[in-house]
Design a protein around this ligand. Structure first.
Ligand code: GLU
Length: 304
């Protein structure tokens, strides 16, 4: 039998010793204050057992990981209509890249780059009665945790310096691919990115993607077909311009965020979350990427 706790302990002990832990994101000023030494891992097995190590109880900013959750909510409500306004191809470019958007007439490559997530935010804004609270309630519901909240200081910090996102939203608007006012869409988007979770909450939030659309309370939120598609987009587009490398080294669908979180999953088997705020040059958690690679190498568990 595989000793998962032993595997997590050994990965943690080995990686925590590394002197190079990457660079904490500083373009959102509030994120720059998070200590680089933090490192936590939480494994949620679909059969029921959980394993954890390090700073798994400490909340962090999920940032771009929220793009999977906002897409899941829009997809569950609008079904395939969501694909009228965005595509599902990897961009091969950084998450905030703009030139492709202009060349492709304001149709974002996928929902997990910034321009795509801004279009999804616009759809949710048009569709929900009380957009921020309804989205938060959806996230709390699938995680079964009413304590999950936005961090308003982080949202305000990004609103002050998010020039690239204002540029993306204005470009989308100029191509007619944004229904609502730019400021309202970005206020929603910055709030969704500011959601805080710890590694356990993040693993629980993504449980439904590993469990055929049913969350931990067995409530169905997505069809098996929708989950298949979301997992496929995570595999091909979940790691900015490092998605190929992640599929190659780790072999799981997943999503990262500039707060240093990474969540990855093997359908019907497990959800694994890592958090370490130092990032590599592609904007993915430096230790988190190494931890996931070690985990799938040691356990031989991947989709391939
Ligand atoms: N809120 C961040 C931004 O829009 C999210 C980026 C990320 O986590 O990749 O720039």
């Amino acid at each position: 039998m595989v000793d998962y706790q032993e595997i997590l302990n050994s990965i943690y002990a080995k990686l925590q010793k590394r002197v190079d832990k990457g660079k904490v994101a500083s373009y959102i000023p509030e994120l720059a204050n998070v200590p680089k030494e933090k490192f936590g891992i939480y494994l949620n097995r679909i059969k029921g057992e959980n394993y954890c190590v390090g700073d798994w109880e400490e909340p962090f900013s999920i940032q771009s990981i929220s793009k999977v959750l906002s897409f899941a909510l829009a997809f569950s409500k609008l079904k395939n209509q969501v694909f009228r306004r965005l595509d599902v191809e990897p961009s091969g470019n950084p998450f905030n890249h703009l030139s492709l958007l202009e060349m492709e007439n304001g149709i974002p490559r996928n929902p997990f780059i910034n321009s795509g997530a801004i279009v999804i935010a616009d759809m949710l804004l048009s569709m929900l009665d009380d957009p921020k609270n309804d989205f938060l309630a959806f996230v709390q519901g699938i995680t079964n945790d009413p304590t999950i909240q936005f961090n308003k200081t982080v949202a305000a910090s990004e609103a002050e310096t998010g020039y690239g996102n204002y540029a993306a939203a204005n470009l989308l608007k100029s191509f007619g691919n944004l229904e609502n006012d730019v400021d309202r869409v970005l206020d929603f988007y910055f709030h969704q990115c500011s959601i805080e979770m710890n590694c356990k909450q993040l693993s629980n939030a993504f449980y439904l993607f590993a469990n055929r659309g049913k969350c931990m309370q067995h409530t169905t939120h997505l069809s098996i077909n929708q989950v298949k598609r979301i997992n496929a987009i995570m595999l091909t587009c979940g790691f900015y311009d490092e998605a190929g490398e992640f599929a190659f080294e780790v072999g799981l669908p997943g999503k990262s965020g500039v707060g240093g979180g990474i969540v990855a999953l093997l359908p019907n088997e497990f959800v694994l979350s890592c958090w370490s705020p130092g990032l590599n040059e592609k904007g993915n958690s430096y230790l988190g990427m190494l931890a996931l690679e070690e985990f799938t190498t040691q356990t031989n568990l991947s989709i391939f």
